[in-house]
Design a protein around this ligand. Structure first.
Ligand code: NOJ
Length: 565
C-alpha cells in the first residue's frame, strides 16, 4: 500500500499567480474562520483576533488564498455575533479595531486575503436604532428602519401576519410601550434579538454603503453577505398560504426570500467594490430554489460568488453528484461567474459526520447529526474533499475540516448556545456541534486552543488530542497533510482551479471520472465496493491507501485519486 502522498509540486505561489490570467477570486481557496472557536489568546475560553493573528502562518503553510471571518463585531451574541449592535466596532471579547487592522496587515504580508462577514438583513436588538425605536415609543422615526406593525385581533394581541422565524416560533415579537402597555409588533426572521431592517427606508441603504466603505478603507478584500436573499420583503407583508410549507427554499412563493428587489442593492454595492483597487469581492449566502435563481446574485454587475448549497446538500451518489456539478457549472457559466464548492460551514453538520447520513429531506442533508463510525466518516469526507478541490471554481473550507474533525454529537443541552436549539425546545438547532474549538496540540483540553489550564466555550472531546494540528503535522497520511498536499498541487497548476473545463470520461457505475486539464484526471469511487480500472497514469494523490503497482488499479470504496495522465 502506498501513502496518500505520492508527489509534491515545488511551484511557488507567486509564479502561479503571475501565470493565472483571471482574478484571484475565481479559483481561490477560502478558509472560513469562526473566531470564537479558532484560537484564544487571553484564556477566557473564547477565540479572538490576536489568536487568529498568531495562527496565520499555519494558514499560509496550509496553502489557502483567503480567509473569511464570521462576525467579530460588537454584539450581545444572541446568535454568536450574527446579531450586530455596532457594525464599525470589534466586540471587546474578540479584541479591538487595532487588532483587526493588525490581522489584515499580517495576513496580507503572508499573501492571504481577508473577507469579513456583513449582516445586512437584521441587526441586534441592542443596535442604537432599534433601542431608540423601542425607548422612544410608537412615534419614533427609528421605527421606520425596521418592520413595526400593529397586531391583529381586538386588542392587537395577535401577530401582524403568519410568518415564522427560521429559528422556530413566530417571526414577530410584541413590544411594550414606554408607559408599560402592550404595543406594536416587530419582525424578526431569526431570533427576537435580531430585528429585520426595513430596506425600503433610505437610511438603511445609506448606512450599509458607509459600512462597506469603512471596512474597505480598513483594507478588507471582500464580504460574505449574510442572508443575502432576505432583505427585501413582499409589499404589505402578506400572509403565507397555509398550504405552503414555510421553508427557506420556498422562494418565489415566499414573501421574504429571494425577491427580485434584492438585486438592486447588490448592483449598488458592486459599484462601490469596483471603486477600490485589488479586486474586492462579495460572496452571497443566498438560498434560492434553483441554480439559475442563485446565479442571479452573481450576474456581472452584482456580487462575485454565491455559496453552492445544493452541492453541500447532495448525497454521496455518483449520479446525483455529477448532476449537481453539471448544473452548477452550467448556471454559473451562463452569467460568467465561477462556481463555488463547499462541504462544511458553521451552520451544518461537519461533513466527516454528515456524509454518511441518509438525506433526510431537509434543505441541507443531515442537519441533525447522528452517531456514525468515525473511521468510515473520515474516509468518505477525505474522498469528498479531494473531489471538491478538483472542481473548477472557488473552494470554501471550514476551520477544522483539514484535521478531519467530526461533529460533536453529544454536547449536553446545558452547554449548547445555538438559539435555535432553545427556541425549538431542543428539537432543532444543532449548530454547536460543528463549532467546538480547534485542537492545536497537547494532551489535555483545551488542546492549545487557549493557554494551558484554560477553558473552551464548548467542551472538546477527549479523542481530539489525536486530531490536533501538532499530532497530525508531518505525519504521512494524516488529514492535515492530505489537505496541504492537495492545496499545493492545486496551486502548482493554475489551470486546475480556474477555467470551466471539466470533461467526464466513461466509467463503471458508481465511479466518477473527469479530466480538468489535458494532464489531470480525477477518479472517485462513490460505491461501497472496490472498482478495478486500467491504470490511467501516475497517481498524484489519493484520499486513502491504494495499491498502485500493476497495469490495473483497484480503487477502494469511498476513495478519490488525482492522476497525472
Ligand atoms: C446565516 C448564518 O450563517 C447563521 O449562522 C445565522 O444564524 C443566520 N444567517 C442569521 O444571521
Amino acid at each position: 500500500m502506498t501513502d496518500q502522498l505520492i508527489s509534491l509540486p515545488t511551484a511557488e505561489r507567486d509564479d502561479a499567480a503571475v501565470a493565472a490570467p483571471s482574478p484571484w477570486w475565481r479559483d481561490a481557496v477560502i478558509y472560513q474562520i469562526y473566531p470564537r472557536s479558532f484560537a484564544d489568546s487571553d484564556g477566557d475560553g473564547i477565540g479572538d483576533l490576536p489568536g487568529i493573528r498568531s495562527r496565520l502562518p499555519y494558514l499560509r503553510e496550509l496553502g489557502v488564498d483567503a480567509v473569511w471571518l464570521s462576525p467579530f463585531y460588537a454584539s450581545p451574541q444572541a446568535d454568536a455575533g450574527y446579531d450586530v449592535a455596532d457594525y464599525r466596532m470589534v466586540d471587546p471579547m474578540f479584541g479591538t479595531l487595532d487588532d483587526a487592522r493588525g490581522l489584515i496587515g499580517d495576513a496580507h504580508d503572508l499573501g492571504i486575503r481577508v473577507i469579513v462577514d456583513l449582516v445586512p438583513n437584521h441587526s441586534s436588538d441592542q443596535h442604537e436604532w432599534f433601542r431608540r425605536a423601542i425607548t422612544e415609543g410608537p412615534g419614533s422615526p427609528h421605527r421606520g428602519r425596521y418592520h413595526f406593525r400593529a397586531g391583529q385581533g381586538e386588542h392587537g394581541e395577535l401577530p401582524p401576519n403568519n410568518w415564522k422565524s427560521i429559528f422556530g416560533g413566530p417571526a414577530w415579537t410584541r413590544t411594550t410601550d414606554p408607559d408599560g402597555t402592550p404595543g406594536d409588533w416587530y419582525l424578526h426572521l431569526f431570533a427576537p434579538e435580531q430585528p429585520d431592517f426595513n430596506w425600503e427606508h433610505p437610511a438603511v441603504a445609506d448606512e450599509f454603503r458607509t459600512i462597506l466603505r469603512f471596512w474597505l478603507d480598513l483594507g478588507v478584500d471582500g464580504f460574505r453577505i449574510d442572508v443575502a436573499h432576505g432583505m427585501v420583503k413582499a409589499e404589505g407583508l402578506p400572509d403565507v398560504d397555509d398550504s405552503v410549507e414555510w421553508h427557506l427554499l420556498d422562494a418565489g412563493v415566499n414573501p421574504c426570500f429571494d425577491r427580485d428587489g434584492v438585486h438592486e442593492i447588490y448592483r449598488s454595492w458592486r459599484r462601490i467594490l469596483d471603486e477600490y483597487p485589488g479586486e474586492r469581492i462579495a460572496v452571497a449566502e443566498a438560498w434560492a430554489p434553483t441554480h439559475e435563481r442563485v446565479a442571479n446574485y452573481v450576474r456581472p454587475d452584482e456580487l462575485h460568488q454565491a455559496f453552492n448549497f445544493s452541492y453541500l446538500g447532495t448525497e454521496w451518489d455518483a449520479t446525483a453528484q455529477r448532476k449537481v456539478i453539471d448544473d452548477s457549472l452550467e448556471a454559473m457559466g451562463k452569467v460568467g461567474a465561477p462556481a463555488t464548492w463547499t462541504l462544511s460551514n458553521h451552520d451544518v453538520v461537519r461533513h466527516t459526520t454528515r456524509m454518511l447520513q441518509p438525506n433526510d429531506g431537509d434543505e441541507v442533508a443531515g442537519r441533525r447529526p447522528i452517531d456514525v463510525d468515525p473511521a468510515a466518516g473520515l474516509r468518505r469526507a477525505r474522498a469528498a474533499t479531494l473531489l471538491l478541490l478538483a472542481l473548477p471554481g472557488s473552494a470554501y473550507l471550514y476551520q477544522g475540516e483539514e484535521l478531519g474533525l467530526p461533529e460533536v454529537v453529544d454536547l449536553p443541552p446545558e452547554v449548547r448556545q445555538d438559539p435555535a436549539f432553545h427556541r425549538a425546545n431542543g428539537q432543532d438547532g444543532y449548530r454547536d456541534g460543528c463549532r467546538v474549538p480547534i485542537p492545536w496540540g497537547g494532551d489535555e483540553a483545551p488542546y492549545g486552543f487557549g493557554p494551558a489550564g484554560g477553558r473552551s466555550w464548548l467542551p472538546q472531546p477527549d479523542s481530539w488530542a489525536q486530531l490536533s494540528v501538532a499530532a497530525q503535522q508531518g505525519r504521512p497520511g494524516s488529514t492535515l497533510e492530505l489537505y496541504r498536499a492537495a492545496l499545493a498541487l492545486r496551486r502548482s497548476d493554475p489551470a486546475l482551479g480556474s477555467g470551466k473545463n471539466l470533461t467526464w470520461r466513461e466509467a463503471p457505475e458508481g465511479l466518477l471520472v473527469f479530466d480538468r486539464t489535458p494532464h489531470f484526471r480525477c477518479t472517485v469511487n462513490m460505491t461501497a465496493e472496490p472498482i478495478r480500472i486500467a491504470m490511467p497514469g501516475k497517481a498524484l494523490l489519493t484520499s486513502g491507501p491504494v495499491e498502485l503497482d500493476g497495469a490495473e488499479v483497484e480503487i477502494p470504496a469511498d476513495t478519490t485519486i488525482w492522476w497525472a495522465v
